[in-house]
Every structure is written in C-alpha cells, then in structure tokens.
Design a protein around this ligand. Structure first.
Ligand code: GLA
Length: 397
C-alpha cells in the first residue's frame, strides 16, 4: 500500500473507489502513429512509428488472494475476476477486452516472473478502434506493472523495453489470439519524446530518429475516420498468411531477403494464387524501400521530401495490399485535394486513421475540407488531431 493518501490520476481514483485503499503504483504506456512502414513488421521489415501523447494508465496493487481483478473506466460492467490458475491462453475466464490486460499478466508470468494476486484499474486516453494501438498501450502498461509488482527485473536494463514489447506481443498473439507483428508494442514500449522509432524487425535493432515537423512549419494531422478498425476479423491474418506463403514459395525465411523484385514476382506469378501473392509482395518490398528513403530524407533535414513516399505508401496499401477502406481513401484524397503535401492510412487498415503532412498554415483549412468530404458522402465527420512524439512505457508513481 502506498503512503500517499490522495488519488492523483483517474486510474488511481478508480482503483480507490473500486477496491478501497490506494494502489502500489501507477504505470502507463502510449498508443502509436506509424509514419510509414505498413504491413512490413511480420515479414522482418522496416517500420517508423512514434509513441503518441495519449496513454493507457493502470493503477495496480498486490493482493494476498490468487486472483487478478480488473476494472476499466472505459468499460462499464464492474469488476472482472480471474483465478490465477485459469490464466492461460484459451481460457474462457478472460475473453473480450479483459483478455488484453489478463493476457499481459499471463505473459509476464510465463516469461518467468513470480506473478501473484493483483488488482488493476485501467483508464486510457487512446481512442479504441482508431488504429492507434489502444491494445498495445494496455498490454505494455499492464505487463510493466505486473513485472515490477512481482519483483522481477526482466524489463530493466538497456534492452528491457524491447523485452517488454516482446512479452506484450505474446499476450496479443497467444492470449488474445491476434497474429499481430511487433511494431505497435515496440513503439509503445520504446518510443521516446521527439523521436520516431526506426525499427528493423528482422535485425531486431531500433534507432531513434528526431522528428519535429512544427520546427519547419509543417503539421502531421492524424485523421480518425471513426470507421472502427479491428485486427480480430480475419483479414489481417489472411494478409499475413499470404506473405508467409510467398516466403515459402520463394524458398526464403523472410521477404527482406528479396533482392530482385521482378524475378521474385515472376516466380510467384505462376502459382495458382499468383495474382494475389505478387501484389502482396510488391507492396512489402517497395514499402521497405520507402521507409529507407524517408529515414534518409529526415536525416538530411528534408522533411517535406518525405511527402511523396507517404502518398505512394497509401496507393500501395490501397491497390496492392488491399487493406484500405472507403473512409481511409476519402480522408487521403480529400486531404491531398485540399493541399496536403502527402497522406496515407496508418496502422492495420480496414478503418481507423489516416495521416496527412500539411503546411501548418493550411492545417485548419485541410481539416475542414476533409470534414466536408465526409459529410458530402453521408459519413460521420472524422476527428483530426496532431500528436507529438512522446515517451514510451514508464512507471508514473
Ligand atoms: C497492426 C499490427 C502491427 C502491424 C500493423 C500494420 O497495427 O498490430 O503489428 O502489422 O497492423 O503495419
């Protein structure tokens, strides 16, 4: 029990009103926006996300009973209680939204920490279904809390946050059952204020790349189409399966090994599903090249030069990877028509958010133009924000 007596955050207040007393601590982890490098992480590719300033917060306390209790301010319905002995993948004890925090506790225990009874109170500012990784934010915050309360040092040290990302990813892959890659959890765990996270998934290396569009008169708008995005509906898994099949047909271990794209496409084209495989692989290989180009522009201080690659990424996701949607295409096209320098969908697709790089002087007008395009198409108006690259997972109190 903490020696403090006044709850300082919503999560602490929720903990206090739900369970009585104060938590042992408060941990938080952010959502993310991906600048570029989409649907490349699960083929060992390159991604360039940043942690946003909306965070999932968990107030957590140890208890002497062998149960995990979970409550969330975003999910009315009271306390979920799961006996620790039932905390395993496939258990009926945690389904739906509680599977994300419960899975994180399970993954920490499975990675070797002596997890015992816990009470968790969650509160998140990351919009759900907006494609901004609200789930990775919850997984990373809860995993960090569970490990520290178990007295484990598994997430300490120079590679601790990368380990946190991997443990959080296992929660999602094995406990929740979504075959996501590692980008979202890595951005949430290891993002740093003021920087993009250049993550080479195949090599397992991360590098911070400074990113401050406002300093050069630019704004990165994040346009939430409010068309709900979900990875759990099978299309994501189908894209991943196609990439794995193409890798096998080519006799490779990763699509990163392709050095002659035309030759690879010729091999894939003669397969029964060649029309699909060639499009998927063309996206992945060209997208990795675009990430490298964008990183090079940013290192040279040529921020506005990245715009063409952002838009090319969208066209590739729209036509070759086929993960865009009517709303995402509308947001991108309306932003470009209104003068955005470049625009693309961000995240897994099929709904969620788009990003647009704009001159700051034009930001308000472009935002309005996108809203009007949605209203003209009889769609709900999107919500546009601008996020700054922010800190990754941490203990707050
Ligand atoms: C989702 C997944 C990530 C990544 C993106 C697409 O956000 O969780 O692992 O595959 O889609 O880039």
């Amino acid at each position: 029990m903490s020696s403090r007596s006044i709850p300082a955050t919503h999560a602490e207040a929720l903990y206090h009103t739900t369970y009585g007393g104060l938590p042992d601590g408060v941990w938080s982890s952010p959502g993310r926006v991906n600048l570029i490098g989409e649907h490349t992480d699960y083929t060992g590719g390159l991604v360039l996300p940043f942690a946003i300033d909306d965070r999932a917060v968990v107030a957590a306390g140890r208890i002497d009973e062998p149960v995990v209790r979970i409550v969330s301010s975003q999910r009315p319905g009271g306390i979920i209680e799961i006996p620790i002995r039932q905390l395993r993948p496939g258990s009926a004890a945690a389904t739906g939204w509680p599977a994300y925090p419960a899975g994180a506790v399970w993954a920490v225990g499975d990675a070797g920490a002596p997890v015992s009874g816990l009470q968790l109170a969650l509160d998140s500012a990351v919009p759900v279904g907006a494609g901004l990784s609200s789930s990775a934010a919850v997984e990373c915050a809860v995993a960090l809390a569970a490990a520290e309360l178990a007295g484990s040092e598994m997430f300490d040290g120079p590679t601790g946050l990368q380990q946190l990302a991997r443990v959080a990813q296992r929660a999602e892959n094995e406990f929740v059952g979504v075959p996501c890659g590692l980008m979202d959890q890595m951005a949430s765990a290891a993002g740093q204020a003021g920087n993009l996270l250049f993550f080479d998934v195949g090599a397992g290396t991360i590098e911070q790349v400074p990113f401050d569009p406002t300093a050069v008169g630019l704004t990165l708008l994040v346009i939430d189409t409010r068309a709900h995005h979900s990875l759990a509906d099978g299309e994501y898994a189908r894209r991943r399966a196609s990439c794995e099949r193409a890798t096998a047909v080519l006799g490779l271990t990763s699509l990163r090994e392709i050095d002659d794209l035309d030759a690879a496409l010729a091999v894939l084209a003669v397969e029964q599903d060649g029309a699909v495989l060639t499009k998927r692989v063309r996206h992945v290989v060209t997208e990795n090249a675009r990430v490298e180009a964008v990183v090079a522009f940013l290192r040279d201080g040529e921020m506005s030069s990245i715009a063409a690659d952002l838009t090319a990424s969208h066209r590739s996701l729209q036509h070759d990877f086929e993960v865009s949607s009517i709303e995402l295409d509308l947001a991108v096209d309306a932003a470009l028509d209104a003068g955005a320098l470049g625009a693309r969908m961000t995240g897994g697709g099929f709904g969620g958010s788009a990003i647009a790089l704009v001159d700051t002087a034009d930001a308000a007008e472009i935002t309005r133009a996108v809203e009007h395009a949605f209203l003209d198409a009889a769609l709900d108006a999107p919500v546009s924000r601008s996020y700054s690259p922010s800190a990754g997972a941490r203990r707050d109190t």
